[in-house]
Ligand binder design. Structure first.
Ligand code: NAD
Length: 358
């Protein structure tokens, strides 16, 4: 009997201790949330290239997530592809509360200075660039302007106006022609890249590192791996294939054996937001699916989601293209607590559905 009393006592004490521990934990959790929200809630964010494919998804999400009170899109509506598409995105985005559009070119020093001086942003997410590897072979100077000069121009403004966070959209192309028999880790990017596009991204990364070290800016480099999803740029493979498929044309493949780490745009957006919250010092992250897929397999999946059979024409590997990409995403997993959640099958099905309604 005395044993039973002792046992009940000890159970009671254990229950009290657990309750007290629970209360302490919930209070600590509440405090943490308040601190975290304080940290994460930015007054104003400048998103360069916000009218672009990735930019429009990001701005939409920033407006909804409450991470920022105000998002200012800076975009020159570059005619790399139809500016009407960008205008259409802006029409929709600027209807959302907290999003405004500043028509401007990041290369226009006076205009950008005026913007930073009046708006005093707390973060810059720099997506503006001329995309596309192939065009960079024909017009390399265009890429140096947008990616290198444009980036340094923004870094100078961040230094001058003490902007605490700077995020840069880099690319898997900085890994150059590497055998994709294992995932690429962040520290493996070397100098041997195969296109002026990749060289410009790499050069921009060097300037970013220099500014982070020289002036103590918080700079995060995000290397995106082949991003796809609704609103994808019309020049990219999945958009081109779906366009050809719906017109009943054969799909034009460059290198059928090439591998790409296709990443759904919403996963990329969550990665950018996680990096924004965790911005501190110098950081570099791969944002990819971590699952390489061959072009042949991609075509098979497109046939599956569309329910249509296709024919293909092989054009051969193009100069500037790499044969494979594969992201090691463990750094982003561990430090940003980020992981991609949309499988290629699911992402392609969503893309297909969007295409039917556009
Ligand atoms: N889409 C991908 O798969 C992918 C992969 C790796 C890296 N990236 C990088 O991500 C970023 C966004 O890519 P995207 O696919 O959304 O391209 P996008 O062309 O749709 O968006 C880029 C935007 O930048 C704007 N812009 C270009 N030059 C400008 C300038 N001088 N001033 C102001 N705005 C300017 C364009 O008008 C465009 O709206 C780019 O930096 C790109 O290099 C994209």
């Amino acid at each position: 009997m005395s044993y039973t009393i002792y046992e009940n006592d000890s159970h009671l004490r254990l229950a009290w201790s657990i309750q007290i521990l629970y209360q302490i934990c919930t209070q600590l959790y509440d405090l943490f949330c308040m601190w975290y929200k304080e940290l994460a809630l930015l007054r104003k964010i400048v998103v360069t290239g916000g009218a672009g494919f990735i930019g429009c998804h990001l701005c939409r999400s920033l407006a909804r997530s409450g991470l920022s009170d105000e998002v200012i899109i800076v975009d020159s509506l570059h005619p790399y592809y139809d500016p009407a598409l960008k205008r259409k995105r802006l029409d929709e985005l600027t209807k959302l509360p907290g999003i405004s559009y500043y028509p401007g070119d990041i290369l226009d020093a006076e205009q950008m200075d005026k913007l930073f001086q009046t708006e005093r942003p707390e973060a810059v997410i720099h997506l503006a660039a001329i995309p596309g590897v192939r065009r960079s072979l024909a017009e390399p100077l265009l890429y140096i302007d947008a990616d290198v000069k444009g980036t340094v121009q923004l870094l100078e403004l961040c230094r001058r106006y003490s902007v605490p966070r700077f995020l840069f959209a880099s690319s898997s192309s900085v890994y150059g022609e590497k055998k994709a028999d294992r995932p690429f880790r962040e520290e493996e990017a070397g100098l041997a890249v195969v296109s002026p596009y990749a060289a410009s991204k790499l050069a921009a990364e060097v300037f970013l590192r220099t500014y982070a070290d020289l002036y103590g800016l918080n700079v995060t480099v995000l290397r995106f791996f082949t991003v796809y999803g609704p609103e994808q740029r019309p020049d990219m493979a999945i958009s081109r294939f779906v366009s050809q498929l719906t017109k009943g044309e054969p799909l034009t493949l460059y290198d059928p054996g090439s591998l790409r780490d296709y990443t759904y745009v919403e996963d990329i957006v969550r990665g950018i937001e996680a990096a924004l919250i965790h911005s501190a010092g110098w950081q570099v992250y791969n944002l990819g699916s971590g699952r390489p897929t061959s072009l042949v397999e991609l075509v098979r999946l497109l046939e599956q989601v569309s329910g249509q059979k296709t024919s293909t024409v092989v054009l051969g590997k193009q100069p500037g293209d790499v044969s494979g990409t594969w992201a090691d995403i463990s750094a982003a997993r561990h430090r940003l607590n980020w992981a991609p959640v949309v499988s290629l099958e699911e992402g392609l099905a969503r893309f297909w559905k969007w295409w039917q309604t556009k």
